[in-house]
Ligand binder design. Structure first.
Ligand code: SF4
Length: 452
């Protein structure tokens, strides 16, 4: 039996690497801890520390090991350290062997039983929890309280096996959650004051496959939109091959569905897309993306991999051309890095590091310019902004437009309200403005001054 942690003033610390699925998994664990009386703290004060890992890029994996090493030195002697997430799936044993202060490692499928894990760890056990399947994907796992927005899983895992991606090996086969449980979870969230739902899945567009014959992602969007208390619905991630016209129409028709899609293109070259096993062509992508923009007047963000094995200057120029044609509002662009188990990792013809760096810089420079121009075009416009909380710096409020742009603004409004904001300034990655009321007052005062 290990040393028991005092039941008073219990503290936890959690560090999350990676995507929104990991963010949601971390939230499930944080909420389970808060339900037991733990409160968040700095790592040096925590009784339970957790690191939620990401395996998508080699760099993130390297960062993980140095981060665990640092936590082992910083943490209180009796504090328990748990490492979870995608890296644990294939490096769990190694992590336990390498870091003697790590008490447990658990993969993403074990998070549904986090309370049991916690019990075992607090009882002094040192364990590896790596089940091959989720026992109950429908289970409604806890959420943190007092939030305006919430993530809700609709699918787990992925069946696509893109040749560069480790996710199908770390998160397993795609499973859709039954709609009744998703709806029940959203109902519970609305009772707790949530106004914005973000539906999560590696490929939300394939929701329902293998589960329903006549019910799909578009039907789910219509059903969720019936909740009076839900003001906004977002979703990530869409796969271009499954992104349909009926979804574009639903985004247009349902006011509550935000006019933004994250549609990862990865490359603009048909040859590279084929090697990546993405199952769409650049022409198909361009057609869908432009149709979405034209129909919904919404924004598109994307993911790009630069320097995939065998990528030539011509292939890269095709990606640049794609950026010029679609004018993504933002993109997450990275140099290719080989990942274990994936088909592309065995390709010998690698693009030299310097070439990848030069291409990435060129791509990011153009993207920055396009993002900036897109923000500049918003100056003077009025947007509906859902108030999410105080802005990071200064006393401004913060929220997002339906097109997913961050807006910092002055005015008085409660969290969870949708307010009108007049944009006055474009920043590199955000907009700045005044709430319409305060803008109106400001204008009146100025007119009054002029009249005097
Ligand atoms: S769709 Fe492709 S890139 Fe996305 S998670 Fe699945 S395998 Fe990975």
């Amino acid at each position: 039996m290990g040393k028991q942690i005092s039941k008073e003033n219990l503290k936890y610390y959690i560090k999350t690497f990676g995507c929104q699925m990991n963010e949601r998994d971390s939230e499930k664990m944080a909420a389970a801890l808060e339900n037991k009386g733990f409160s968040p703290s700095l790592p040096q004060d925590a009784d339970i520390l957790m690191v939620n890992s990401c395996a998508v890029r080699e760099k993130a994996e390297q960062k993980l090991y140095s981060f665990i090493g640092r936590l082992c030195l910083e943490k209180k002697k009796d504090a328990k350290l748990i490492v979870c997430g995608c890296v644990v799936q294939y490096k769990g044993k190694e992590i336990l062997n390498r870091f003697k202060d790590v008490n447990a490692v658990l993969n993403t499928r074990r998070i549904e039983d986090f309370e049991q894990v916690l019990k075992d760890v607090l009882n002094g056990k040192r364990i590896m929890y790596i089940p091959s399947i989720m026992r109950n994907p429908n289970k409604i796992l806890p959420h943190l309280k007092n939030r305006t927005g919430a993530f809700v899983d609709i699918t787990y895992g992925c069946n696509n096996f893109c040749s560069y991606c480790i996710v199908p090996y770390t998160r397993g086969k795609e499973i859709s959650r039954e709609k009744e449980y998703i709806i029940k979870e959203i109902r519970m969230l609305t009772q707790g004051g949530v106004k914005e739902i973000t539906l999560l899945g590696q490929n939300v567009n394939s929701y329902g496959k293998g589960l329903y014959k006549n019910y799909n992602f578009v039907d789910l969007l219509y059903d969720i939109s019936k909740f009076d208390d839900i003001q906004r619905i977002r979703f990530v991630t869409s796969h271009p091959k499954d992104f349909s016209c009926s979804l574009i129409l639903a985004i247009k028709e349902i006011d509550k569905v935000c006019k933004h899609i994250h549609l990862p293109v990865q490359s603009g070259s048909n040859r590279i897309l084929e090697l990546m096993r993405r199952k769409y062509t650049r022409e198909e992508y361009i057609e869908k993306a432009l149709l979405f923009k034209e129909t919904t007047k919404g924004s598109i963000t994307t993911d790009i991999i630069i320097g995939f094995p065998t990528e030539t200057d011509y292939d890269f120029e095709q990606t640049m051309d794609m950026l010029r044609k679609i004018r993504f509002d933002f993109s997450f662009s990275f140099k290719y890095s080989p990942r274990p188990f994936t088909a592309a990792a065995s390709t010998k013809e690698r693009v030299p590091k310097e070439t990848k760096e030069k291409r990435l810089e060129k791509f990011q420079n153009l993207q920055e310019k396009i993002t900036w121009e897109s923000n500049l075009r918003d100056v003077g416009k009025i947007f509906n902004v859902l108030v999410e909380g105080d802005a990071k710096r200064g006393a401004l409020l913060t929220g997002r437009t339906t097109t997913n742009k961050i807006v910092n603004f002055s005015g008085e409004a409660k969290k969870g309200k949708i307010v009108k904001v007049v944009i006055q300034e474009a920043k590199k990655h955000s907009l700045q403005g005044n709430m319409e009321d305060s803008y109106g007052k400001f204008e009146n005062q100025r007119c009054g001054f002029l009249r005097r």
